[in-house]
Design a binder for this molecule. Structure first.
Ligand SMILES: Cc1ncc(COP(=O)(O)O)c(C=O)c1O
Length: 479
């Protein structure tokens, strides 16, 4: 394989031509791609990350660029993040507390009081929501808890169950389990898990999911599923599953960690009840960056008469904080909570402006690219190209692609299940050759060409290095 994909090989030439013809090839220059030397270094290097810093890009400059295929875990840093953060720091340094409300001439940044509203406006098209249906707040697991605290009202004689997948991301599993216990119930009777019925126990079919929902239809309060399954990379049929569960009176929550910024979402039109996501994967907000939450308009109505009613009337119950109070009376400092209409009314604390500034810098690049719909067109081609190259490999017997081969059932990521004992040596070799992917034990590596900064040539490089790594690991394993 190394010979097939060596520099100047037909495959590499083909990939370079695809990159040249790619209408979105300009967005790679918006990102700081680590060099191989950066990745090998054990010393902190404080670099110029601004607009003038060079990103190795394209055939001529790519020799030292790493091959970063890990946007499913942590997206790369947008170049404009450094500039926007510098502008934020300068605002804070020169204005102090005035930064909350004083607009500055020449600043592209909103006042801090308006930062959450601006972020909601920028993220609404990414998830297919009305602006009032989204809030940029807290973090993913916290937001799942906040949503369940508002919408999971178990009744042991009626609806008390939460359905989730058996292989859910541990945080989701823990959140559901502890919500159930928090209400004095037991997971043994109130938690239902969906098992994959395929022989390999990988992808879940829509029919498998609907069958479990139907079997527990009368006793289920909430369904929590991932838009894209983190381990297999499977994209679930969100509209079909949502419609079916809602028809049975179940409140539907989606964990969109791996779907947001990766595949087009239409949460409002799909009639999803609520959703939560993080922003450090395909949204490139930075490690641990602020999360997001969607609450369908029908679930966040606030009647104007609420001020005259008992606190629990006029809006659904929730764990409240001052930032969720209606903006017009937030600073009156009264102790009667009157939530802002929409998802904003679920906010608790004043948000980290550092985080929001970082997230919005990346969302600017999404806007430049023309939105997730345009990126998806490229993503479909990139991932299919990677799949083709993987399927051509002579070492194909040493791994299996467990992500569905139907492009409509996956996003950017392909998950590769390696033959036993190969994971560690393969990961070591990939890293030594400047290729970054991530692993999920015991035997899976996840490879995600992100359309904002990955190239067709990255796919060729990955497959070339992967083939070498497999051969080496397999020979020392059998030797
Ligand atoms: C599917 C899924 N759910 C939940 C989480 C937890 O996210 P957080 O640590 O931001 O709460 C992650 C993190 O990667 C995830 O992939």
């Amino acid at each position: 394989m190394a010979a097939v994909c060596a520099a100047g090989s037909p495959r590499r030439e083909e990939a370079r031509a695809l990159d040249r013809d790619d209408p979105l090839n300009f967005t790679r220059a918006e990102f700081v791609v680590p060099t191989k030397a950066d990745l090998a270094s054990t010393r902190l290097q404080v670099k110029d990350l601004g607009e003038t810093a060079a990103t190795p890009a394209g055939p001529d400059a790519s020799t030292d660029a790493s091959t970063y295929l890990c946007g499913n875990s942590l997206g790369l840093q947008p170049r404009r993040t450094a500039l926007r953060l510098q502008q934020y720091l300068s605002t804070w340094a020169t204005q102090g507390v005035q930064g909350h409300f004083k607009p500055l001439d020449g600043s592209p940044l909103p006042t801090w009081l308006d930062a959450d509203a601006k972020a909601a406006k920028m993220i609404a098209p990414v998830v297919g929501a009305e602006v009032s249906e989204v809030a940029v707040m807290e973090t993913l697991t916290a937001n799942l808890h906040f949503l369940m605290s508002a919408f999971y009202r178990p009744d042991i004689k009626g609806r008390h169950k939460i359905i989730l997948e058996s292989k859910a991301f541990p945080s989701d599993h823990f959140a559901v389990e502890t919500q159930i216990r928090h209400h004095g119930l037991s997971p043994e009777s109130s938690m239902v898990t969906i098992e994959s019925q395929t022989a390999a126990k990988t992808a879940m079919s829509t029919d498998d999911i609907l069958a479990v929902i139907a079997a527990h239809a009368d006793t289920t309060a909430v369904l929590l599923l991932p838009g894209i399954q983190y381990y297999t990379g499977q994209l679930l049929d969100i509209p079909t599953i949502t419609t079916f569960a809602r028809k049975h009176g179940i409140f539907v929550i989606w964990d969109l960690a791996h779907a947001v910024g990766n595949v087009p979402l239409h949460l409002h039109d799909w009639d999803v009840d609520a959703a939560a996501w993080c922003t450090y994967k395909y949204l490139n907000g930075g490690p641990g960056c602020i999360g997001g939450l969607f609450v369908h308009a029908r679930n966040s109505q606030v009647t104007s008469a609420a001020a005259d009613k008992r606190p629990e009337e006029g809006y659904p119950n929730r764990f409240a904080g001052w930032w969720g109070n209606d903006k017009s009376t937030r600073f009156v400092m009264a102790t009667k909570f009157h939530p802002a209409p929409g998802a904003a009314g679920f906010q608790l604390s004043n948000p980290s402006i550092l985080d929001i500034t970082s997230l919005c810098a990346s969302l600017e690049v999404f806007e430049l690219a023309g939105g997730v719909g345009e990126l998806r067109k490229k993503s479909l081609k990139l991932t299919a190209y990677l799949e083709t190259l993987l399927n051509e490999m002579a070492e194909k017997n040493l791994f299996k692609i467990i992500t569905p081969s139907d492009p409509q059932q996956r996003g950017a990521q392909l998950s590769l299940l390696l033959a036993e004992s190969l994971l560690e040596p393969v990961m070591e070799s990939l890293q030594a050759d400047g290729v970054i992917v991530d692993e999920r034990r015991p035997d899976v590596i996840r490879v995600a060409p992100a359309p904002l900064y990955n190239t067709f040539e990255d796919c060729v490089t990955f497959v070339e290095v992967f083939a070498r790594a497999l051969r080496k690991a397999n020979s020392s394993e059998s030797g």
